[in-house]
Write a protein that binds this ligand. Structure first.
Ligand SMILES: *Cc1c(COP(=O)(O)O)cnc(C)c1O
Length: 219
């Protein structure tokens, strides 16, 4: 099947309140445009320069989420056109976003990435650190903290992702119950091509899908 059909199938099966983010790393601008024409409203890229190049053509025909780990000196470029950063995993990253957004007089919605699998090589904040980091980041006036994101394993039996999602949902509900000023626990971004159905069962309202829309990547 082609991109158009893939998007239509996924959209027809998604619950209405779940946001589909098309993960567009390594995809051409043409492929991304095809997905947008088929109904994609939000795209997510991992690389600043790649995203910027595509944004120059695509512009605001989609909302732009960032789902990667930019070098510090690229954050200034990033915040100019990005609508949400899903992968904030340190106070230092947040501080850079704050500084760059302040100079643009812009407020950036962000999600905190949780390393739910406790994998050393994975990005994200360990569960015991999430509350502390959120309280620190909540003080930044040009950041709007709107929820959590987690990865979970990309390959393997999708059922293996379930405990990661359950854990992240628990943290989400806990933070929500704390009613921290300037923190609105609204979005829970979990699930990729192999696991989004399970993620939705476990409370995700944002899913990030690449392969199922565009086909296999080289990585
Ligand atoms: C690439 C990527 C995805 C999508 O992965 P697929 O398995 O291709 O659906 C989702 N989230 C992040 C952060 C990614 O980098």
């Amino acid at each position: 099947m082609g991109i158009r059909e893939n998007v239509k199938v996924i959209l027809s099966e998604l619950p209405k309140d779940v946001i589909l983010v098309a993960a567009i790393k390594q995809r051409t601008t043409q492929e991304v445009l095809e997905a947008i024409e088929a109904g994609i409203k939000v795209v997510g890229d991992n690389y600043v320069q790649e995203a910027e190049r595509k944004y120059e053509v695509i512009g605001d025909r989609a909302k732009w989420h960032f789902i990667g780990y930019p070098q510090r000196n690229k954050v200034r470029k990033l915040v100019k056109f990005i609508d949400m950063i899903e992968t904030v995993d340190s106070v230092e990253f947040a501080e850079e976003i704050e500084k760059r957004c302040a100079s643009l007089n812009k407020t950036m919605p962000v999600l905190i990435e949780v390393n739910s699998g406790r994998e050393a090589q994975k990005a994200g904040v360990l569960q015991e650190d999430v509350e502390g980091i959120i309280k620190q980041i909540a003080k930044y006036p040009h950041i709007k903290l709107q929820g959590l994101m987690t990865m979970g394993p990309r390959f393997g039996d999708p059922e293996e992702s379930k405990p990661y999602f359950v854990e992240t949902r628990k943290i989400f509900e806990k933070i929500k119950s704390l009613d921290i000023p300037n923190v609105e626990m609204k979005y829970l971004s979990m699930g990729m091509s192999n696991s989004y159905k399970i993620a939705i069962e476990e409370g995700a309202n944002v899913v990030r899908i690449g392969t199922l829309i565009f086909g296999e990547r080289k990585d």
